[in-house]
Ligand binder design. Structure first.
Ligand SMILES: CC(C)(COP(=O)(O)OP(=O)(O)OC[C@H]1O[C@@H](n2cnc3c(N)ncnc32)[C@H](O)[C@@H]1OP(=O)(O)O)[C@@H](O)C(=O)NCCC(=O)NCCS
Length: 199
């Protein structure tokens, strides 16, 4: 299992905005790199070794995210005008679930930018989107062996579901963290300012 780096209180200038079509390669880069830095020892090596940005894009990575259908949202975090360092995607829960109608489907921040509040701000944006659409409780599935799962606990999520699901062709244990009230998460959004702009 990969060791998660200790989060720091360091802050850095970043901003968050909805994803656009031209963001796709940058989002794929974040996806590929964070899989490799996070899932070594958890997901089979063959899968991690074959992952490249081109491979990801050929398989259709992110198409749904940059042209989101109704009810779906995707946000990118940028450290400069074009430097995508993280992203998050939200959808109505993909499984029927009366208790948690919203889902945080994906959230990834490049390792070199972790621990600076970007993940927290991305969760806030996805929660804000769902809440505005009338979905008041949210679930996220995380691999049980993922050391980053504690991130969701820090943000008030609690383990409410367990399952085994195929990941890269292998059945792996997952836990579902849930927030039954999204309102506390809304304040995690980064307000517009000169330092942390929204485009
Ligand atoms: C998990 C992830 C999205 C969090 O984003 P981040 O920008 O690093 O997190 P933040 O800096 O916003 O941290 C928010 C809070 O969570 C805590 N936290 C972050 N990572 C943590 C970890 N690995 N263990 C414990 N707490 C953690 C932070 O300390 C902070 O709490 P605090 O302000 O009370 O100190 C990011 O680290 C990541 O992409 N990890 C690898 C990929 C992954 O596992 N994605 C999730 C798949 S389900």
């Amino acid at each position: 299992m990969t060791e998660a780096p200790m989060p720091t209180s360091a802050s850095a200038s970043f901003h968050i905005r909805p994803a656009r079509t031209e963001d796709l390669p940058g989002m794929a880069r974040v996806h590929v790199e964070t899989w490799k830095t996070t899932y070594r020892g958890i997901v089979p090596d063959e899968r991690l070794d074959q992952m490249t940005v081109a491979w990801d894009l050929e398989r259709g990575f992110g198409k749904w995210a940059v042209a989101p259908p109704p009810g779906v949202c995707s946000f990118v975090a940028l450290s400069g005008p074009k430097d995508i360092v993280g992203f998050a995607v939200g959808e109505p829960n993909r499984e029927p679930d009366e208790e948690f109608p919203a889902e945080l489907v994906a959230i990834y921040v490049l390792r070199g930018y972790q621990g600076r509040g970007i993940g927290r701000a991305l969760v806030g944006e996805v929660a804000g989107f769902h809440y505005a659409q009338g979905r008041e409780a949210m679930l996220v599935w995380v691999l049980a062996a993922n050391p980053y799962r504690r991130f969701y606990g820090r943000l008030g999520g609690r383990v409410v579901r367990e399952r085994t699901a195929p990941v890269a062709g292998v059945p792996l244990a997952e836990v579902g963290f849930g927030w039954s009230d999204l309102r506390p998460l809304l304040s995690l959004r980064v307000p517009p300012s000169t330092d942390r702009r929204r485009a």
